[in-house]
Design a binder for this molecule. Structure first.
Ligand code: NAD
Length: 361
């Protein structure tokens, strides 16, 4: 029921992010015009392996404003990779970045922008949402640190649905659930506001209706368009309000056991939503209404099944003794969450996610 948002409309702070967004199909053709609009004259192209050929055709179309290409982006933005790319920025006298890829490639672009303040055009090819946030996580000697800086926010984001068509359904599904997690946590964020909550509800609905369709027909342009739209909105949510238990647990588990980012989000989200549900009745009611389901946490678990995401953290590398260790770490570094962190219940939540059981409050 949308009127449930009213209780939050009396007092809030809303700050919009300044990124220009171009959304559609075939929007890749806007790169040159956008680059010139931003005054770029020596462009560094960043791309992941699946986009090498599209990147070389962009390089050709850019003509004399093309500078160099760097292919080596890696998950969690290792500082040594950024330093390699920075050397190229200097030797090729780069004055602008165009990045085509998932969250890993976007992360590298943001890391360069942090060091240089160069303008960025980002073309996302997954649903991670990093392109819409002023957040950068970097890894040095195995330790990941996260910071916020307006410098890392791209000037332009070009969403081209066609760039996502070949994202394999298995990756698309969990990447989409990673985006759902941003939107769900925004709904019960400490600094939630009605604008972001409206985007979050729209985002969750768009993603949850499209991800199972992508699993069945990977080139379904309508479903891909809905998923990318939902992911964009989820990225705005992540960049605008603080996250809670779910993102902290994923960060803890990812760091401790080197678990894959998107898969961890997908497996854990139903359990964290179930854990928080007694403390957020209005959010649960709003999600139920929007999704047309009685139990939104169980619905997330069922969508995971429909997209073929593993429900069990055990299957993606978490050791059994990790349940206890991650519980200890979660409680050692407390942070805001709508339901206070209760040792016994957090341990249960992690044990259920470890085994892949259905979620329970
Ligand atoms: P990713 O960028 O590593 O991509 C996952 C895999 O999919 C890679 O092998 C990639 O080559 C492949 N791929 C990407 N797009 C493809 C396409 N269209 N077709 C075929 N294959 C494709 O992973 P991700 O989940 O997009 O991003 C994860 C990273 O992003 C992590 O480092 C995470 O910390 C970061 N992240 C940061 C933020 C933020 O706000 N700072 C937000 C979300 C994620």
């Amino acid at each position: 029921m949308t009127h449930n948002a009213v209780s939050r409309t009396t007092e809030f702070v809303y700050e919009s992010l300044p990124t220009r967004v171009i959304f559609g199909s075939g929007t890749l053709n806007n790169v040159e015009q956008e680059a010139k609009r931003l005054g770029m004259s020596r462009i560094l192209l960043l791309c992941g392996q699946p986009h090498e050929s599209v990147t070389s055709s962009i390089a050709k179309s850019l003509g004399d404003i093309y500078g160099a290409t760097f292919l080596g982006a890696r998950m969690h933005t290792p500082v040594n990779v950024t330093e390699e790319a920075m050397a190229l920025v200097k030797t090729s006298q780069i004055d602008g970045i165009v990045s085509i890829g998932g969250g890993s490639t976007t992360g590298l672009s943001k890391a360069i922008a942090l060091r240089t303040d160069l303008p960025q055009i980002i073309l996302p090819t997954t649903y991670a949402g990093s392109e819409m946030t002023p957040i950068l996580g970097e890894t040095d000697n195995g330790i990941k640190t996260t910071q916020r800086s307006p410098k890392v926010l791209p000037e332009t984001v070009i969403y081209d649905v066609e760039l996502t068509l070949d994202l394999p359904p298995a990756i698309a599904g969990v990447s989409g659930m990673n985006a759902v997690a941003h939107a769900v946590e925004a709904l019960y964020s400490r600094d939630a506001n009605p604008v972001i909550s409206a985007l979050a509800i729209e985002s969750v609905a768009a993603l949850l209706r499209s991800l199972p369709r992508i699993r069945n027909e990977m080139h379904d342009l309508g479903a891909r368009s809905d998923a990318l739209y939902g992911a964009w909105l989820a990225g705005i949510c992540l960049g605008s309000v603080g996250m809670a238990l779910h993102h902290k647990l994923c960060h803890t588990l990812g760091g401790m056991f080197d678990l894959p980012h998107a898969e961890t989000h997908a497996a854990l989200l139903p359990h964290v939503l179930a854990y928080n549900s007694p403390a957020i009745p209005e959010v649960m009611q709003r999600l139920s209404h929007s999704l047309g389901v009685d139990d939104p946490a169980l619905h997330l678990y069922r969508v995971n099944q429909a997209i073929g995401a593993t429900p069990a953290l055990a299957d993606i590398g978490m050791p059994e003794d990790g349940i206890e260790r991650a519980t200890d770490l979660a409680l050692a570094n407390p942070y805001w969450n709508p339901r206070p962190l209760e040792r016994h219940a957090i341990r249960d939540l992690l044990a259920r996610a470890y085994r892949g059981d259905e979620p329970k409050p």
